[in-house]
Design a protein around this ligand. Structure first.
Ligand SMILES: Cc1ncc(COP(=O)(O)O)c(C=O)c1O
Length: 382
């Protein structure tokens, strides 16, 4: 029998990781409050420097959210009305909203079942004369396979903009993910691994000119680029957000170590076929576990089982975006079967820096036992 008096294990704990920096945040809050500089001040500038340096890119621009970051980066990459952007259907809505807001068309290709990221082998077939950019997403903090994507883009003269909203700290073959592609976009939404206490986002820019232009646009300055007029907008980042994010950035390594420990426990207990097989990733790749996922044909029953033990879980992206009403504005190329199956089978487990390792052991054991029973039941049926 489940012990209902026990506190539930939640998927996120947004408060406990704030405690080590609480006093500093409160002191800095008072300083900002009394400074009168609330938007785009020293904190934002420092955050931009620190993030760019950590990623090894020339510049980074703080903006109002990860969604705004996508919109501005795609606009600067020449995504305009009538153009197309190739992306994954297994992602959050914001990825395609930005494309549609620019009056361009998202084009879906399928994902790879083992890492749930866009399948580079399917991209070339989706290219048309209208294609302007490829938009991979490092889903759940696992790196997309960037080498073949960059090769295709170079051969076909396409831009690569990367949605790394879920992937701060993720590496691909030893390279920080924000430094691959023309621009990469980040979200500081409070559930992200590097969070603010409200909305915020950032664009990593490999070309200083992109950064300069985005700084103009985010502050209501219109721009002419190649005879096209770009409308300015309010996409500014607050000082308080930037200050909080800087404190969390300083602690990111420690928090990631704790997430890694939880992932190691799950990896040890859960069969490789039912999770991301980190063992098989390219050397130098680093996953940051915005989510830790398992796949199971009886996903809803597994969820119910964990729920009865007081454990919260998450379902993503069910159904994937090609079933979303916004499909009206999209098209797809080839089968999207792997995204479809992932939508039906993927369940995410609690993972955060404050999750006790003993809880991770208990959760991993419950999942492993459930999967084993499933296996036995299907063996008996066949
Ligand atoms: C993959 C992805 N892209 C974009 C976004 C949008 O970020 P924001 O919520 O900061 O606008 C998110 C946020 O959840 C996301 O997960």
């Amino acid at each position: 029998m489940a012990d209902n008096t026990k506190r539930r294990v939640q998927r996120y704990d947004l408060v406990t990781p704030m405690l080590p920096v609480k006093e500093q945040i409160l002191a800095d809050f008072e300083r900002i409050l009394m400074s009168g500089q609330y938007i785009l001040g020293q904190e934002v500038t420092q955050l931009e420097h620190e993030m760019a340096a950590a990623c090894g890119v020339p510049d980074a621009v703080g903006v109002a959210s990860g969604s705004e970051a996508l919109y501005l980066a795609l606009a600067m990459a020449g995504v305009r009305p009538g153009t197309e952007v190739i992306t994954t259907p297994y992602t959050f809505e914001a990825t395609i909203e930005a494309i549609i807001m620019l009056h361009a068309r998202p084009v879906f290709v399928d994902i790879r079942p083992h890492d749930l990221n866009i399948d580079p082998a399917r991209i070339e077939a989706a290219i048309t004369p209208r294609t302007r950019a490829i938009l991979p997403v490092h889903i759940f903090g696992a790196p997309a396979d960037m080498d073949p994507i960059m090769d295709i883009a170079a051969r076909q003269d396409l831009q690569v903009i990367v949605d790394m909203a879920q992937a701060w700290g993720t590496y691909y073959k030893g390279i920080p993910c924000g430094s691959i592609g023309r621009m990469s976009t980040l979200s500081f939404y409070p559930t992200k691994n590097l969070p603010g206490i409200g909305d915020g986002g950032l664009i990593f820019c490999r070309e200083p000119e992109d950064a300069a232009r985005i700084r103009q646009l985010r502050g209501h300055k219109a721009l002419w680029i190649n005879k096209n007029l770009y409308c300015g907008w309010n996409s500014r980042l607050d000082e308080v957000q930037a200050m909080v994010i800087r404190h969390r950035l300083a602690r990111f390594g420690d928090e990631q170590r704790d997430r890694d420990r939880v992932a190691e426990i799950y990896d040890r207990l859960i069969p490789k076929a039912n999770r991301l097989a980190v063992e098989d990733l390219d050397p130098g790749s680093k996953v940051t576990y915005h989510q830790y996922w398992v796949r199971c044909k009886a996903r809803d029953r597994l969820r119910h089982r964990l729920d009865s033990e007081g454990i919260d879980t998450g379902i993503y992206y069910d159904p994937p975006l090609h079933h979303h009403p916004l499909m009206e504005y999209c098209r797809f190329c080839g089968s999207l079967q792997s995204a479809e199956v992932a939508g039906r089978e993927v369940l995410t487990l609690p993972i955060h820096a404050a999750l006790p390792f003993a809880e991770a052991e208990r959760i991993g054991t419950l999942v492993a036992e459930f999967l084993e029973r499933q296996e036995e039941a299907s063996d008996a049926a066949s």
